[in-house]
Write a protein that binds this ligand. Structure first.
Ligand SMILES: [Zn+2]
Length: 276
């Protein structure tokens, strides 16, 4: 389900409970009239949220020659920001633009507050086996997604929780659960398509990939219920070749270029899905 359609469906569901199920016909007419009367807003540039992992007191993984994850992921994020902004099609925000610590949930909260259209978390991995190398892309696993949906819907104080533009406060419990679950399910599907696009683009761009390069996990930064999100491990700092590459400017630029192409493809595909 495309994000825009999902938002409309969810807003509709919330409206049903607000008005009551007694007068669905009248409600339907009202919505129809409102839709016709409303002028079409000009297209808003998509807001891409980039999340360079770690920072400040948390250096992340450390390479065999001492390269710090927090430094290389920030370099790639800034280059990607530059490339995305250069085309004029996107607004770009960073969860951190310097070497400082930002808590994981805070990163998600900032993207939510800014109503981001896409969230990309950039990392570099480490492995006890120094032969392991290559990039991989993670999306939120179904288990983790269900847990998040249940936790958000059940939260005692939902006063400030907003999902797909609908305030959860005042919604019945089962409606809140349905809203979050619907939104999250659609977002997980969008995120998986995004991850497959990144893997394909990396492959075409000559970026070395880990075997089984699209994986699922319960990363906290991927838990936004309505923003498609992926976490990209750009390579292994525990592998000497990968570590060297990650510090080479040309390789950082190439990684950013492949990610920019993935973002272009993601939004291009989104429009095609909505038309279908
Ligand atoms: Zn990391």
């Amino acid at each position: 389900m495309a994000a825009l359609y999902r938002r409309n469906v969810i807003a509709g569901l919330a409206g049903l409970t607000a008005i009551g199920l007694g007068a669905p016909l009248a409600w339907g007419n009202q919505i129809a009239k409102k839709r016709i009367a409303r002028p079409t807003p000009p297209p808003r540039p998509k807001l891409v949220f980039l999340d360079p992992g770690h920072g400040g007191k948390d250096p992340g993984a450390r390479g065999v020659r001492g390269t710090k994850e927090k430094v290389v992921v920030l370099a790639v994020a800034r280059e990607l920001q530059r490339q995305l902004q250069a085309g004029g099609r996107y607004r770009v925000m960073l969860t951190r633009a310097s070497d400082r610590f930002v808590a994981l949930r805070e990163r998600v909260a900032r993207a939510q507050a800014a109503k981001a259209d896409l969230f990309l978390s950039l990392h570099a991995d480490a492995h006890p086996d120094s032969d392991v190398r290559g990039a991989s892309v993670y999306t939120l696993s179904e288990d983790a997604s269900d847990r998040e949906a249940a936790a958000l819907a059940a939260r005692e104080n939902r006063a400030d929780a907003v999902v797909s533009g609908v305030r959860l406060a005042g919604q019945l419990d089962n409606v809140a659960r349905t809203l979050v679950a619907m939104s999250q399910r659609g977002t997980v599907n969008d995120s998986r398509r995004l991850a497959d696009t990144i893997v394909r683009t990396f492959g075409r761009s000559g970026v070395r990939l880990l075997r089984r390069s699209h994986r699922q996990a319960g990363f906290a930064v991927l838990t936004s219920p309505d923003i498609p999100a992926a976490l990209i491990e750009l390579g292994y700092l525990s592998n000497p070749q990968d570590e060297k590459l990650l510090t080479v400017r040309q390789h950082q630029i190439a990684l950013a270029r492949a990610l920019r192409a993935s973002v272009d493809a993601h939004f291009g595909t989104g429009i095609a899905t909505r038309k279908a």
